[in-house]
Design a protein around this ligand. Structure first.
Ligand SMILES: [Zn+2]
Length: 414
């Protein structure tokens, strides 16, 4: 099923509406705001509906939609008759008007995708063998993968907005340079933004993988409900993507979201930081596999075996995954006590493998954890984007940078 379909039918929250401004100085903001509304309404919107939702005058709205149509971003798609008066023309997104490439650099599998303006993945590849490439040739290898996938997707290069790169932290957000991600030693001190930009001739954005995942999830959230949210990304490492008031939280250096050293189990395994039971080490795939008593082979098949064995309540694997779920839930509750979010999203490659067993444990435990100070139930759900969420999110960053309507951006423009 496509992410769009899965996201359909979600609740819409009143009071979360963003309104436009009729001042000429904020024309660009209005354009992104109107585009954002049209994008989130696959069935199309009329100018009258857009006017009602944005507070923009008919004249301003007419100018804005004409500019969007001139840029090829929206199309007129039929008319609807509703009540007296002349039929209304529906405006829809033209999904193939622009494209973006997303790359996820990851200790287990490097992924590359092309998405269209609707965020739909139109091409997907793994970049094999990047781990064996010499540090000096890494960027060239990624650039070759970008060229190959753009060709294969049959997308005009001039319609590609750029390349979003998601990678584990820490990184230097200002320079777009990876610093020393512990699980990617070959990428230490690589100037990804500049070097990949030079090699591809395309704009490049570099983002921490958990923030990219949060952005990807928000891009697919058609109901616009992900205002205050967190995204627990569970892959080779664990991290937390955050959104407050509808915008991703990056922090001072772009490295927000480190949750690995939150203590979730005082009896848990010893962490490199000196504490016992930090979240990161307590749910590390290697640790779970050892706790279940497996000898340990290919981590992916070991994780699948864990899920299979856990179906038998008497098997040690059931206890291991139950405890892992409780540990995750405790970290979510502690973070939620700090942030007070609407929604918790869980995703990442390891989560996708274990969700069959973990999802229920985590949801139940978040609802009943005595440490929780939540006064309303917290929605806990799986990522709608799925296993490629960091790569898709990285591509969406490119779309987001160009087209998402954020009042904060209007402030800067003013
Ligand atoms: Zn620790």
């Amino acid at each position: 099923m496509r992410p769009r379909d899965r996201a359909a039918g979600r609740r819409v929250r009143a009071g979360n509406m963003r309104t436009g401004s009729n001042l000429p100085a904020v024309g660009e903001y209005n354009q992104t705001l109107v585009l954002d509304l049209i994008r989130r309404s696959p069935e199309g919107l009329s100018r009258v509906e857009l006017s009602a939702r944005t507070g923009l005058s008919a004249q301003t709205l007419s100018n804005v939609t004409r500019r969007l149509a001139d840029d090829g971003l929206i199309i007129e798609a039929g008319k609807v008759i509703s009540g007296p008066g002349k039929p209304r023309t529906l405006l829809k997104l033209e999904p193939r008007s622009r494209f973006a490439v997303g790359v996820h650099l990851d200790p287990v599998v490097d992924t590359i995708v092309v998405v269209d303006m609707a965020g739909e993945v139109i091409a997907h590849d793994e970049i094999p063998g990047l781990r064996e490439v010499a540090p000096g040739a890494l960027v060239t290898a990624v650039a070759a993968a970008v060229d190959a996938i753009v060709d294969r997707a049959n997308v005009p290069r001039e319609l590609v907005l750029g390349v979003g790169v998601a990678a584990p932290g820490p990184f230097d957000a200002r320079g777009g340079r990876l610093l020393d991600p512990p699980l990617l030693p070959q990428w230490h001190n690589v100037n990804v933004r500049e070097d990949l930009g030079a090699a591809t001739g395309l704009p490049v954005i570099v983002e921490k993988d958990v923030t990219a995942a949060m952005v990807g999830e928000m891009w697919f959230d058609r109901s616009d409900v992900l205002s205050d949210a967190m995204f627990l990304y569970y892959g080779a490492g664990v991290g937390m993507g955050l959104a407050v008031a509808g915008a991703p939280v990056r922090g001072r250096t772009g490295n927000a979201g480190g949750i690995a050293h939150v203590v979730v189990d005082p009896e848990g395994p010893l962490c490199a930081c000196g504490s016992r039971g930090c979240l990161g080490v307590s749910i590390e795939p290697r640790v779970l596999i050892a706790e279940a008593g497996y000898v340990g082979g290919d981590p992916r098949s070991d994780l699948d075996r864990l899920v299979r064995d856990a179906r038998d309540p008497g098997h040690p694997a059931a206890g291991v995954l139950h405890r892992a779920g409780e540990r995750i839930a405790r970290a979510l509750v502690i973070t939620n006590n700090l942030l007070d979010v609407d929604e918790v999203v869980l995703g990442g490659p390891v989560w996708e493998r274990l969700a069959g067993v973990l999802a229920d444990v985590v949801a139940e435990r978040v609802a009943s954890d005595p440490a929780s100070t939540a006064t309303l139930p917290i929605i806990v759900r799986r990522s709608v984007v799925g296993v490629d969420v960091a790569a898709v999110g990285a591509a969406c960053l490119m779309l987001d940078g160009a087209f998402a309507a954020r009042p904060a951006r209007m402030m800067i423009a003013l």
